[in-house]
Design a protein around this ligand. Structure first.
Ligand code: AMP
Ligand code: MG
Length: 419
């Protein structure tokens, strides 16, 4: 047997190892993407403002454009006209002792230096004044032209993950297409003699390949392009054929599920070693997910003599172990391969509702339910039958991270991994 030297890390060390390698992956190539298909992708070129933002001095309230000092001293002002959003005041500058009715989003007429809120005004026919005690300072309720951004300014830097905020900014700048990084191709191989595909009827002792599908969805959500390969059987021949196959050779990242534990038919690491794999860790002191493997294989690319690597993860086969290890280690690597730089897993803090027995030396990530309380989020554990319990996983919306050092008591603030 040709097994790699074992290297079992703590959870924190394993995370740091993945991030250290994620930092050095090459920048992906660039392609155009229609704006509406760009959410979830990574911007390859900065977005520049095509004009000042806002493009005019913008009223932020419905009310009256005035001279602030006249309003504050309680003068009664003549209302000489109105300006709505989408209109512009084309008459003379605002004269003294006058006001112009104005709507939110309209350009402030020249000469006016503040907008009084309609709620703070006393209006009698064509005359308006401040309600008792209401004052204005110059600039109040006006956002000056160019104060948010100047034409030519970078409003979104390259390498930003595109969310609704970046889509809104692109639309504001008139961009119907964005330059984005190519999604990394991620080959997914589920291994196991007990697995059958979805179109097959499982015998009583067989199970369906759920990991292949879960991983495809997870890869997609993380910004990768999943390539789900046929199931590999627990034999050297089958694993060799799959790991040496063209789909893997064309991939930026390889995910294997199952076959990385200490079982008699767990051959994944041996076959990876045959492909000159360098193992960066072969296990992590965590539960679930302990047998997770991370490494890289030499990957020569056409017309490029520099040494390149193709990273791989061997994820434990139990479905919750697969998902947890994906969120912790694989997702940051996919983000890096998609040009987004370093993205740590989505950890938040919440109060745990019950005490939990510890497993000294193991960081535990247990299926939990984060309650949507605005001010003090709480997390409760979902009862489960271990890391194969997909039904419990569907009742969870996060993983409660229990430290390896002590037993959290009810009411303690702990870390939670969002998914
Ligand atoms: P392994 O990591 O290969 O020892 O598998 C651990 C457990 O996960 C076993 O109960 C397997 O049947 C199950 N398992 C492995 N691969 C998959 C898969 N692709 N889909 C669902 N369950 C799996
Ligand atoms: Mg197996």
């Amino acid at each position: 047997m040709n097994l790699p030297t074992t290297s079992i890390l703590t959870f924190e060390q394993a995370l740091a190892t993945v991030l250290e390698h994620a930092r050095d992956v090459p920048t992906p190539t660039i392609e155009p993407s229609p704006l509406l298909q760009s959410a979830g992708r990574v911007l390859a070129e900065p977005i520049l403002a095509d004009r000042d933002q806002p493009p005019f001095d913008r009223a932020t309230r419905d009310g009256f454009a005035v001279h602030a000092h006249e309003w504050s001293s309680g003068e009664t002002l003549r209302v000489i006209g109105q300006v709505r959003a989408g209109e512009i005041w084309r008459r003379t500058e605002l004269p003294t002792e006058a006001a112009i009715e104005i709507m939110t989003g309209a350009p402030v007429p020249p000469g006016a230096d503040a907008v009084a809120m309609v709620e703070h005004a006393v209006l009698e026919r064509d005359w308006v004044r401040a309600a008792e005690g209401r004052r204005l300072i110059p600039g109040e309720n006006i956002v000056d032209r160019g104060s948010e951004a100047r034409a030519g300014d970078t409003v979104v830097p390259a390498a930003t993950l595109i969310t609704a905020a970046e889509i809104a900014m692109s639309a504001t700048c008139g961009l119907s297409h964005l330059q984005v990084y190519r999604r990394p191709a991620v080959a997914i191989i589920a291994t196991g003699d007990e697995l059958v595909e979805l179109n097959e009827r499982p015998a009583p002792h067989q199970i369906r390949n759920s990991n292949g599908y879960a991983l495809s969805a997870l890869v997609h959500f993380a910004g990768g392009d999943p390539h789900l390969l046929p199931i590999a059987r627990d034999t050297h021949e089958d694993l060799r054929a799959r790991i040496g196959g063209s789909a893997v050779l064309g991939a930026d990242l390889v995910l294997l599920s199952g076959g990385v534990s200490a079982g008699k038919y767990d051959f994944v690491e041996e076959v990876l070693a045959e492909h000159k794999a360098e193992f960066l860790f072969t296990g992590v002191r965590m539960q679930p997910g302990k047998p997770v493997v991370f490494g890289r294989m030499p990957a020569a690319r056409l017309g490029d003599s520099s040494v390149q690597f193709r990273y791989f993860f061997g994820l434990p086969g139990n479905p919750i172990s697969t998902e947890v290890t994906f969120h912790c280690f694989v997702a940051p690597m996919i983000r890096a391969l998609s040009g987004a730089g370093i993205c740590v897993p989505r950890f938040v803090q919440a109060t745990i509702t019950e005490g939990v027995p510890a497993k000294p030396g193991l960081t535990r990530l247990l299926p939990g339910c984060l309650a949507p309380d605005l001010h003090s989020p709480t997390v409760r554990l979902v009862p489960w039958h271990g890391s194969g319990d997909l039904a419990a996983n569907t009742r969870a919306n996060c993983y409660a991270v229990l430290p390896d050092s002590h037993e959290p008591h009810a009411g303690e603030v702990i870390t939670v991994l969002l998914r």
